[in-house]
Design a protein around this ligand. Structure first.
Ligand code: ZN
Length: 384
């Protein structure tokens, strides 16, 4: 039995239009060399002149990125599936518009209800395909956001999470199913997203976001959707987004209430303009006593997905400078105007926060204790 190689649409013309090839080889490098040897026109698309794999070509063995394995030395066995995924050039915001990928026939069919929308259309869909969105947290808010963004055709979804699926998550974290209990959320999320839309490239970061890694992770994305719900991460995400000039699509939930906004310091206030410093531990409900109605993150996370898509395609009026409050029991939406604070410690005229800070004393935690799961409740007081 040979190794199966999946050829992406843009490269199929160089392999006689085929989508799958079977080759023998012991490592990824060996397979790719053999592939390029048999299909010489393909070679220049895979390898640079110096023989290295082109930086915009990603290779996966089964569902794992070889950059997180042994690169081209990654061993393969008969029955494995190797996927060649040309990556989409990302980085700073403006790059989105410059690198519009083509849509395949399958994508044109899949996104037909978008393509006939005047505010999306083919150009908007290409922007979505070129976009790189980072979801911080694959829990209650991250679940609906990830599903809708994947379904909508966002080309690359980054996911940051370090948790394992627990049975108590299933009441609201709809990315994960019963069969995934006990497995890493990132694994479960990747499988679900790939099943929903195989065109989406999923990049996973199995880590807690810290002052050490936040800038490096966030830098590679165009838009960040903050779906965690603990203060250390909220402030990290906010500060990193301000420092890097990225929009931060914010959502939070507590029991029956939710909030959403878009913090984008270039055009409006940031989270610290709203809450300059995190509250001291003990002043806010503890994570354990939070509780949340399962549908609520579905609504707020969907709003985050909607705002993310609007930012990418440039449609409508984004939730910048507005705080949306949702009361599920009364079924009421309210809106507060948010002003940019000229004295904001991170985005104001004389910022005092110029690098990332790790806050760790929250939810009654003392420094050094392990913070509990992120998303159990909004620890943000609703000031309205
Ligand atoms: Zn600010």
């Amino acid at each position: 039995m040979a190794v199966k190689i999946l050829i992406p649409t843009p490269l199929r013309p160089y392999v006689d239009g085929r989508d799958t090839l079977e080759l023998e080889g012991a490592s990824v490098g060996e397979l790719l060399e053999r592939l390029a040897g048999e299909h010489t026109a393909l070679k220049q698309h895979l390898f640079a002149a110096d023989g290295r794999l082109r930086s915009f070509v990603n290779v996966y063995v089964n569902d794992r990125d070889i950059r997180r394995l042994e690169h081209q030395e990654t061993r393969v066995s008969p029955g494995d599936t190797v996927s060649i995924i040309p990556s989409i050039a990302g980085g700073t915001g403006g790059a989105v518009a410059d690198q519009r990928p083509k849509l395949s026939h399958e994508e044109i069919l899949r996104y037909s209800r978008h393509l006939i929308l005047p505010d999306v259309g083919v150009e908007g869909q290409k922007k979505l395909k070129a976009a790189r969105v980072l979801l911080v947290g694959a829990g209650g808010l991250g679940s609906p956001a990830a599903l809708y963004l994947a379904a909508a055709g966002v080309g690359t979804l980054g996911l940051v999470d370090f948790d394992v699926v627990d049975k108590t998550n299933l009441q609201r974290q709809i990315l994960h199913g019963t069969s995934a209990v006990g497995t890493p959320k990132l694994e479960s999320a990747r499988a679900r997203i790939q099943d929903l839309n195989p065109n989406v490239q999923v990049e996973t970061f199995e880590t807690r976001l810290t002052s050490e890694n936040a800038l490096d992770i966030i830098r590679e994305f165009d838009v960040v959707a903050d779906g965690t719900d603990n203060f250390p991460t909220r402030y990290l995400v906010n500060d990193a987004c301000v420092l890097l000039g990225k929009p931060n699509v914010y959502g939070s939930i507590f029991r029956f209430e939710g909030q959403a906004s878009v913090f984008y310091a270039k055009e409006g206030p940031c989270y610290r303009c709203l809450y300059a410093e995190p509250p001291p531990a003990g002043l806010v409900p503890s994570c354990a006593e939070g509780g949340v109605l399962g549908v609520l993150p579905g609504i707020i996370g969907s709003i985050q997905a909607m705002e993310t898509i609007k930012l990418i395609v440039g449609a409508g009026e984004p939730l910048i400078g507005r705080l949306l409050l949702f009361d599920a029991l009364k079924l009421q939406f309210r809106e507060l105007k948010l002003e940019k604070d000229p004295d904001c410690p991170v985005c104001g005229r004389n910022p005092t926060v110029t690098e990332l800070i790790d806050y760790d004393a929250f939810c009654g935690l003392r420094s050094g204790e392990t913070p509990p799961e992120a998303e159990h409740g909004m620890k943000t007081t609703v000031e309205a």
